[in-house]
Design a protein around this ligand. Structure first.
Ligand code: SAH
Ligand code: SF4
Ligand code: F3S
Length: 445
């Protein structure tokens, strides 16, 4: 049942804009690989593309609204519109609605179906909207071209989907059930990324630490096994993983933080709230104490680990006392960084219809207090690293000529003079700001 689209010529150039999480960044890169393999050219920044792919995120209300306004704005200098493909989680959640609300959209493709993007684009060029929002687990991976070039730091999706069903969250509906990619496919892709220039690989998944599989010898493995296999990969210097669920922090994974040298001292482990009553209503299946116990165990094996997290303020029914419990939890953790969001009711999730939705004015005030506390912790963490000798993986140019911005092992942004993109530059951290540090090159001894 394909609606009529605006007939356009088959596009020869494309631009992909990704919103949302690291999985979407990864998917955006793979869609670019696919379109390039079809002979289409990625447009340099500022140039007009004949096809614009909006790789969308559905996690909060404003995210979807931004997509609709972006669709409305996309116009070429001569007034014509590029072909628009909506991909990602908004496409999955609102496929039919998008076609109804935004007639200029030619393609709607969900996160598990984008291996079909070239066919759908061809269909749109004939004047019919190309839609595919099926959720076939893992089908796409076997259909994507091999990875060739990579930046110094690459994402590699190893796990997708979520079975946790937190009551506020759309991800189980937009990404489908938890599935793990196979061991060899992951290691092959990691090798290709390193051959293509990657020095750091971040394993990504909605619940990446729920990854399970079997190695070449048929032995059952968890994420720690995969990390240890990557640790033996020549040419790879740094390993990271994100995002994790507190309940899937296995003994093996915690131990890996203590003895796998290439595993970076950084852990993004969302907790969401500090009140057990709210955590229960969120269906998080952990409480504040068990969360702190995990952090404590990781710190025991890796004392310098940088902790990051996600917080939601003003979940339905959150009282002042509940919110104070979140502040107190944050106080006990001491973050290197963290994200915090105002609760956004999402249609179809259980929390959206819960009683006692918190008024906006209260929400804004609480969010401000939480963010101030997190910002103070981040600044303190950064100050605490001044004087350390470490290395920075340079990823992009800085503001001033000759300057570069890289990442420290603790995922701080490090601003350095000199070096080149892709360098793993030995530095001493000489100054700290609220969201970055300054590194000075040190001679290699
Ligand atoms: N799988 C990860 C994160 C998924 S989404 C995890 O469980 O931790 C990223 C973050 O968005 C979540 O950690 C949560 O803090 C936030 N988030 C998800 N749904 C939200 C909603 N309805 N309103 C506000 N924030 C939300
Ligand atoms: Fe969403 Fe919860 Fe799953 Fe994370 S664990 S993706 S917050 S449902
Ligand atoms: Fe957003 Fe989908 Fe990721 S909703 S956070 S892009 S899984």
């Amino acid at each position: 049942m394909n609606a009529p689209a605006i007939k356009t010529a088959a596009p020869k150039s494309f631009r992909i804009k990704s919103y949302g999480c690291q999985m979407n960044v990864y998917d955006g890169e793979r869609m670019a690989d696919l379109l390039t393999a079809e002979g289409m050219a990625a447009t340099p920044d500022g140039d007009e593309a004949e096809l614009v792919v909006l790789n969308t995120c559905h996690i909060r209300e404003k995210a979807a609204e931004k997509v609709y306004s972006e669709i409305g704005r996309l116009r070429r200098a001569d007034g014509s519109r590029p072909m628009i493909a909506v991909a990602g989680c908004v496409a999955q959640a609102e496929g039919a609605e998008i076609v109804r609300r935004a007639r200029q959209v030619g393609v709607v493709v969900g996160p598990q179906a984008y291996h079909r993007l070239p066919e759908l684009v061809a269909e749109a060029a004939t004047g019919r909207v190309g839609i595919d929002t099926d959720l076939p687990a893992l089908a796409k991976f076997g259909r994507l071209p091999a990875r060739r070039r990579s930046g110094p730091s690459a994402f590699l999706t190893v796990q997708e989907g979520c079975d946790k069903f937190c009551t506020y969250c759309v991800v189980p509906y937009t990404r489908g059930a938890e599935v793990s990619r196979g061991w060899s496919a992951i290691l092959d892709e990691a090798r290709a990324l390193v051959d293509g220039g990657a020095k750091e690989i971040t394993l990504v998944g909605q619940n990446v630490n729920a990854w399970t599989g079997e190695d070449e010898a048929g032995r059952a493995q968890g994420l720690d096994g995969l990390i240890r296999a990557l640790d033996r990969l020549p040419g790879l210097h740094r390993i990271r993983y994100t995002t994790s669920h507190p309940n899937d922090m296995t003994d093996g994974l915690i131990a890996a933080h203590g003895d796998v040298e290439r595993l970076m001292p950084f852990l993004h482990l969302p907790v969401q709230a500090g009140s057990d009553r709210i955590l229960k209503a969120m269906n998080r299946s952990h409480d504040a104490r068990s969360y702190l116990a995990v952090i404590d165990r990781v710190r025991r094996v890796r004392p310098d680990i940088a902790i990051s997290g996600d917080f939601i303020v003003d979940f339905p029914g959150e009282t002042d006392a509940d919110f104070e419990a979140t502040l107190s939890l944050v106080d006990q953790i001491g973050h290197a960084q963290a994200y915090s969001f105002k609760y956004s009711p999402r249609a179809g999730t259980p929390a959206a219809t819960m009683a006692d939705q918190v008024p906006d004015a209260v929400a804004d005030e609480r969010l401000k207090r939480l963010q101030a506390l997190i910002a103070a912790q981040q600044a303190a963490f950064n100050r605490g690293t001044v004087g350390r000798r470490t290395d920075a993986l340079l990823e992009r140019p800085g503001k001033r000529p000759g300057q570069h911005i890289g990442k420290s092992p603790w995922l701080q942004s490090v601003v350095v003079d000199g070096g080149a993109i892709g360098d793993l530059m030995p530095v001493e951290i000489v100054a700290a700001g609220p969201v970055s540090v300054t590194g000075a090159a040190v001679p290699i001894d």
